[in-house]
Design a protein. Sequence first.
Length: 105
Amino acid sequence: MQFQIIAPVFLVLAIALSWPRFSSIFRGETQTAVATAPLTMIASAVSLSALGLAFAGNAPWLGMLIAALGPLLGWTMRAPAPVLAVSLSTLSLAAYLQFGPAPAF
């Protein structure tokens, strides 16, 4: 299927869009309210799930490429508003789950 070819792009987008909010919990200057917000928890779950699926459903080299490109893109780009970014990252993860290869657990 042709969607399986572009499915890793959905994982990169899911990681990149959720990365700024997810990585904020590791910075010391982040306020406690932001670090414990439900939006941050959703972004963390999406980011970690996408990182896990990068290795579970793809070849090891492609998984490493996805795991490197996602945070790099998330760090360099200016994401939209946090609610919109996390919503788009969740939709990207859902699109990958729909069109991507089935992970062999």
